[in-house]
Write a protein that binds this ligand. Structure first.
Ligand SMILES: [Zn+2]
Length: 122
């Protein structure tokens, strides 16, 4: 499992420990892909856990940035810095206002469903 966390979700390159730095409050991918996300429509799903920690998933519908994860970029590192994530996502997407959906999902495994289908089916 540890190896999967070090692989770029866009191109599949293996980055080892450098990925932790790339991924921190961001998405799991090499920095070179970030420009591809500019002006793309996306929704940031947040799931608040205990102790002010949260997981998040950026869902991008644009076909050019689906990566190897069907456009669903999860980060389940129990992040604490909420505002840093929002700031980084806004910068990534070059958007003034980020679409944010708050959820209470504690487990992000959705048995093959997309996140949107999972949430709408509840
Ligand atoms: Zn990559």
């Amino acid at each position: 499992m540890a190896a999967i966390e070090k692989v770029c979700e866009m191109c599949g390159d293996y980055h080892g420990h450098a990925m932790y730095r790339y991924k921190y409050n961001h998405l799991q991918m090499c920095p070179k892909h970030r420009k591809d996300f500019r002006y793309k429509e996306a929704v940031l799903y947040l799931s608040t856990l205990e102790d002010n920690k949260f997981d998040y998933c950026l869902v991008v519908n644009d076909m050019t940035v689906q990566g190897n994860v069907n456009g669903q970029y999860f980060n389940t590192a129990c992040t604490v810095n909420y505002s840093s994530v929002i700031r980084k996502m806004r910068r990534l997407l070059r958007c003034r206002k980020l679409n944010i959906v708050k959820t209470n999902i504690f487990c992000w495994h959705m048995c093959g469903q997309t996140l949107e289908a999972y949430i709408n089916g509840k």
